[in-house]
Design a protein around this ligand. Structure first.
Ligand code: DC
Length: 220
C-alpha cells in the first residue's frame, strides 16, 4: 500500500490506537497492522510483563524501586507469555503503570518500535498523547462498561479463569478509574483522535470503519 504522507511527517506510518480494556482495540489494532503490512505492538503487554516480573519476585505492584528495575531489565521476548493475559496481572499492570519512572523506562522501546520501517500500529492508553503524538492517525476506541465486561468475561472463561461477570465488571471499572485519573499519561483521547464506539459493532464493522478513517487521513 502506498501512503501519501504530509510533509512534516516522518517516512514511516504510525497508527495510535488507545482506549480502555476490552474495548476491542487490540483486535482492531492487530487487524489493521496485518491489512496495512505494519508492525504491531500491544503496549499493555509491556506493563503486564513488568507486573509479572514483580509478582514473581515476591514484590507488590506499587513497589517503585522494584518496578523501575523490572522495567529497565524487561525482556521483549517474554511478551508472548500467555500468563500475561490473566486478570490478576491486568490489575497489577494498572498499578505499576501509574509509576512515572516505570513509564519513562518503557518509553524509548515503544518509540523505537513505532519508527521501525515501514511503520507500526501501537495500542495502549497514551499512544496518541505521549508515546507518539506525531502519529499519522489516532483512534480512541470505547465501548460501554457492560459490553466490555461481557467480552472480557467470555475471554477469561475461555482461559479457564472462573471469575463472575460482576467481578469482571467491577475490575474493569476499577482499572478504568485508575488509568484515567493517574497523574502521568492518563488514559484520554488525543485532541485529534477519531472516537470509535464499538458497543454495537462487530469486529468486521469496526475494522471497516477504522480503515475508512485511516484511508481518509492518509490519502491512501
Ligand atoms: O491494555 P491492557 O489491558 O493489556 O493494559 C494493562 C494495563 O497497563 C492498563 O490497565 C494500564 C496499563 N497501560 C498503560 O498505562 N499504558 C499503555 N500504553 C498500555 C497499558
Amino acid at each position: 500500500m502506498i501512503f501519501a504522507l504530509k510533509k512534516h511527517q516522518t517516512n514511516v506510518m504510525i497508527i495510535a490506537i488507545d482506549g480502555p480494556a476490552a474495548s476491542g482495540k487490540g483486535t482492531l489494532a492487530r487487524n489493521i497492522a496485518r491489512a496495512l503490512g505494519l508492525h504491531y505492538l500491544d503496549t499493555g503487554k509491556l506493563y503486564r510483563a513488568v507486573a509479572r516480573d514483580l509478582l514473581q519476585a515476591g514484590k507488590t505492584p506499587d513497589d517503585v524501586e522494584a518496578g523501575v528495575a523490572a522495567a529497565m531489565s524487561l525482556d521483549p521476548d517474554s511478551l508472548s507469555d500467555p500468563a500475561l493475559n490473566s486478570s490478576l496481572i491486568g490489575q497489577a499492570a494498572s498499578i505499576v503503570s501509574a509509576i512515572p519512572k516505570v513509564r519513562d523506562a518503557l518509553l524509548r522501546f515503544q518509540r523505537d518500535f513505532a519508527h521501525k520501517k515501514p511503520g507500526a500500529v501501537l495500542d495502549g492508553r497514551d499512544i496518541g498523547t505521549v508515546v507518539c503524538p506525531e502519529a499519522h492517525v489516532k483512534l480512541f476506541i470505547t465501548a460501554d462498561l457492560e459490553a466490555r465486561a461481557r467480552r472480557r468475561h467470555t475471554e477469561l472463561l475461555a482461559r479457564g479463569e472462573a471469575l463472575t461477570l460482576d467481578k469482571t465488571r467491577a475490575d474493569l471499572a476499577e482499572r478504568d478509574e485508575r488509568d484515567k485519573s493517574r497523574s502521568i499519561a492518563p488514559m484520554r483521547p488525543a485532541e485529534d483522535a477519531y472516537l470509535l464506539d464499538t458497543t454495537d459493532l462487530d469486529i468486521e464493522t469496526a475494522f471497516q470503519t477504522a480503515n475508512d478513517v485511516i484511508r481518509r487521513a492518509t490519502g491512501g
